[in-house]
Design a binder for this molecule. Structure first.
Ligand SMILES: NC(=O)c1ccc[n+]([C@@H]2O[C@H](COP(=O)([O-])OP(=O)(O)OC[C@H]3O[C@@H](n4cnc5c(N)ncnc54)[C@H](O)[C@@H]3O)[C@@H](O)[C@H]2O)c1
Length: 374
C-alpha cells in the first residue's frame, strides 16, 4: 500500500478556510503536516488542528523535508515564487487559480515545472463538479446537435475583499478572479481552443470588477461571458445547439437541463421542472450559504493527491492555467486599446440634429429628412 502523501498548505485565508483545510484534514491518503499563514490571528484560528506544524512564511514551509506536495492558496502575486521554489525543492504543486499575475511569470513557472517533471495542477476545481462533467459528456455525445453558440455568467455579491483583490496589479478584477474559471470551463465543455478575444470592463467598487468577454473558438463558435464581483450570486452556463439547449446553474441545477428547440408544451415542461426542483431546494440553499461545501474542491484535491501517489498525470495542469491566463491578458489588451466604435449620438450623427430629450429624439426620428424645426 502506498504511504499517505505528506502535504503542506500555503495560505490560510478565505478559500483555505472555506474549503481546503476541511478537505485536507479528512482526505484519505493525505496527511496535512504543515500550514503557512502570515496573519497571526488566522494562525491562531487554525491552531486547533492536531499534529500540524504552523509557520508564518510559506518559504519556511518549503524548506521542510517532510513536505512532499503543497497546495498554494496565497494571493496571486506570490504564486510564481511559491511554485518555482516548491518545484526546485522537489515538491509537487496544486496551485489555486489564476496561475500567476501575468504570462511572463507563468512562462517561468511552466519552464521549471517541465524541467523538474513534478506534478503541477491548477485549481480549476469546477471541472470536477458533477454537473459540468455530465454536461461535457452530453455535448461530446452530440445531444445538442451541431453547436450554435454559448454564453455564461459568473458573478458574486458585494463582499469585503482583501487588498490584493481590489486591484488588477495585485491579482484582482473579475477576469482573473471569476473569468479564469469560465474560460477554462468553455475549453473543457466544448473541447475547442479559444482563438480570438474581445472584451470590455468597468470599475465601480474595485478595479475592473465587471467585465464582458467575447471569445471565438477555433471552429468559429462564438461565446459570450459576463463576470462581476459586484453583482448577484450566479454561476450559469448555457450551450445552444441546433437540436437543443443545455443549461447548468451551479447553485440551483440538480441535473444538467436540456431544453428542446421549440416552445411546444413549454408551460407543462416548465411546471414539471419546477416540481422536480422542489426536492432540491434545501440542497441549493445549503450551497449558496456555504460555498466551501462545493464538492468539486474535494474531488480536485483528491485527483491531485492520487496523481502524486500513483504517478499519474494530473489534469487540469499548468498548461491549462497558462491558456486561461493568455485569454485574460488578451482581453485586457483589448480593453486598454478601447476598441469600441463610438456611436456618439446616432441621431445627431445621422440626421444632423442634437437629440436633447426622449420626446425630441422621437420627434426627430419621425420627421422626414430635411424638415427643419419651425
Ligand atoms: N478555486 C476557487 O474557486 C477559488 C476561490 C477563491 C479564491 N481562490 C484563489 O485562492 C487564492 C487565495 O484566495 P483567498 O480568497 O483565500 O485570499 P486571502 O487573502 O483570503 O488568503 C490568502 C492568505 O495568504 C496569506 N499570506 C500572504 N502572504 C503570505 C506569506 N508570505 N506566507 C504565508 N501566508 C501568506 C494571507 O495572510 C492570507 O490569509 C487566490 O489565488 C484566489 O484567486 C480560488
Amino acid at each position: 500500500m502506498t504511504a499517505p502523501l505528506r502535504v503542506g498548505l500555503l495560505g490560510c485565508g478565505r478559500i483555505a478556510r472555506l474549503a481546503h483545510l476541511a478537505v485536507l484534514s479528512r482526505l484519505r491518503g493525505v496527511n496535512l503536516v504543515a500550514l503557512a499563514e502570515a496573519d497571526p490571528q488566522r494562525r491562531a484560528e487554525v491552531r486547533r488542528l492536531p499534529a500540524v506544524a504552523m509557520v508564518a512564511d510559506y518559504r519556511e514551509l518549503l524548506d521542510r523535508p517532510d513536505v512532499e506536495a503543497v497546495i498554494v492558496a496565497l494571493p496571486p502575486s506570490l504564486h510564481a515564487d511559491a511554485a518555482i521554489t516548491a518545484f526546485e525543492r522537489g515538491k509537487h504543486v496544486y496551485m489555486e487559480k489564476p496561475l500567476a499575475l501575468n504570462l511572463a511569470e507563468a512562462a517561468r513557472m511552466l519552464a521549471t515545472w517541465r524541467r523538474t517533471g513534478l506534478v503541477g495542477m491548477i485549481g480549476f476545481n469546477y471541472r470536477f463538479n458533477q454537473l459540468y462533467a455530465t454536461a461535457r459528456e452530453q455535448i461530446g455525445a452530440g445531444r445538442l446537435g451541431e453547436l450554435v453558440t454559448a454564453r455564461s455568467v459568473f458573478s458574486t455579491s458585494t463582499r469585503p475583499m482583501p487588498e490584493w483583490e481590489q486591484t488588477r496589479e495585485r491579482g484582482g478584477g473579475a477576469l482573473l478572479s471569476l473569468g479564469s474559471h469560465h474560460i477554462d470551463l468553455m475549453r473543457f465543455l466544448l473541447g475547442r481552443e479559444i482563438r480570438d478575444v474581445s472584451a470590455g470592463w468597468r470599475t465601480q467598487r474595485t478595479e475592473h470588477d465587471t467585465a464582458v468577454l467575447q471569445m471565438r473558438l477555433d471552429d468559429g463558435l462564438l461565446v459570450q461571458s459576463f463576470f462581476s464581483l459586484s453583482g448577484v450570486e450566479e454561476d450559469r452556463v448555457e450551450i445552444y445547439g441546433q437540436e437543443g439547449k443545455l443549461t447548468v446553474d451551479r447553485s440551483w441545477s440538480l441535473d444538467v437541463e436540456i431544453s428542446p428547440i421549440t416552445l411546444r408544451y413549454a408551460r407543462a415542461r416548465h411546471l414539471a421542472r419546477a416540481l422536480r426542483a422542489l426536492r432540491g431546494i434545501p440542497h441549493a440553499v445549503d450551497k449558496i450559504m456555504s460555498p466551501g461545501r462545493e464538492p468539486s474542491y474535494r474531488a480536485a484535491l483528491a485527483h491531485f493527491a492520487a496523481a502524486v501517489r500513483f504517478g499519474r498525470r494530473a489534469s487540469p495542469d499548468f498548461c491549462d492555467g497558462y491558456r486561461s491566463l493568455a485569454v485574460v491578458e488578451a482581453a485586457e489588451r483589448c480593453g486598454t486599446t478601447d476598441r469600441w466604435i463610438s456611436l456618439g449620438d446616432p441621431l445627431d450623427a445621422g440626421l444632423g440634429m442634437a437629440a436633447t430629450s426622449g420626446a425630441a429624439v422621437e420627434a426627430a426620428a419621425r420627421r422626414p429628412r430635411g424638415v427643419a424645426d419651425a
